[in-house]
Design a protein around this ligand. Structure first.
Ligand code: PGA
Length: 252
């Protein structure tokens, strides 16, 4: 059966109580709704990973991720957390190279590559975020930018089947973002499918996804899921998008 990935990053939001409440409601919903063929995942802030893992329980169908982790396994890196630490806290995947980290925290293609290597050493799925800025989009350079960014991220790796690519056009992300229309992103999905489709765990879309545009974005050829921010910060929003994904599979 087709496999879709549908996840949300909470970014820098939620207290422990809020995180537990969300995870509890999601776990309850998963018992009855199940979403066959869809793998739900949530990416809380690092402070809440272990609480969410505990709330979801050991046999949960919901995968759990970290928003970032360092490329070194341990050492004098004040303020950072390592791949082994987030794994120890309960994460099965790690987000790498989100545009907010590239823009505000100096994440580069090189550190992204080092982090994927570190994630692989610790058995974590890498959720590799790539995407072009507004200028490249306007100049028709989306495909070349994203393909070269992806190539740099995956350079020299022995395997890439444990890498899930999230194509997130930077101009579509967050409050100031404009939701992408399927036509805006089809060429990039085609290029990524062509070059990496057979080698990676999947290619999913992120950037202002909501319950209204989820279905049309899932229709884009080569897209195997959605990565959602704001629209899934309330559990009801996430459940609605999971239902849409499951419905989408019923009709493909
Ligand atoms: P958004 O965030 O859905 O709030 O645009 C998406 C992301 O940053 O991955």
């Amino acid at each position: 059966m087709t496999q879709l990935w549908v996840g949300t990053s909470w970014k820098m939001n939620k207290s422990l109580a809020e995180a537990r409440d969300y995870a509890h409601r999601l776990a309850q919903a998963a018992k009855t709704r199940r979403w066959p063929g869809v793998t739900p995942f949530i990416v809380p802030p690092a402070t809440a990973i272990s609480a969410v893992a505990e709330t979801l329980g050991p046999d949960s169908p919901v995968e759990l991720g970290a928003q970032n982790a360092h490329w070194e396994d341990s050492g004098a890196w004040t303020g950072e957390v390592s791949m082994s630490q987030v794994r120890d806290a309960g994460a099965q995947l790690v987000e790498i190279g989100h545009s907010e980290r590239r823009t505000h925290f100096g994440e580069t293609d090189r550190t992204v590559n080092l982090k994927i290597r570190a994630a692989q050493r610790h058995g974590l799925l890498s959720l590799l975020c790539v995407g072009e800025g507004l200028e490249d989009f306007h100049r028709g350079r989306s495909v070349s930018h994203v393909v070269s960014q992806t190539g740099a991220a995956l350079a020299g790796l022995d395997r890439t089947d444990d890498v899930l690519i999230a194509y997130e056009p930077v101009w579509a992300i967050g409050e100031g973002g404009r939701p992408a229309r399927p036509d805006d992103v089809a060429a990039v999905f085609a290029a990524l499918a062509d070059q990496y489709g057979a080698e990676v765990a999947g290619v999913i879309y992120g950037g202002s996804v909501n319950r209204d545009n989820a279905a049309e974005l899932l229709d884009v050829r080569g897209n195997s899921g959605l990565f959602v921010g704001r629209a899934a910060w309330e559990v009801g929003g996430f459940l609605a998008i999971l239902d849409t994904a499951s419905h989408h599979l019923d009709h493909t």
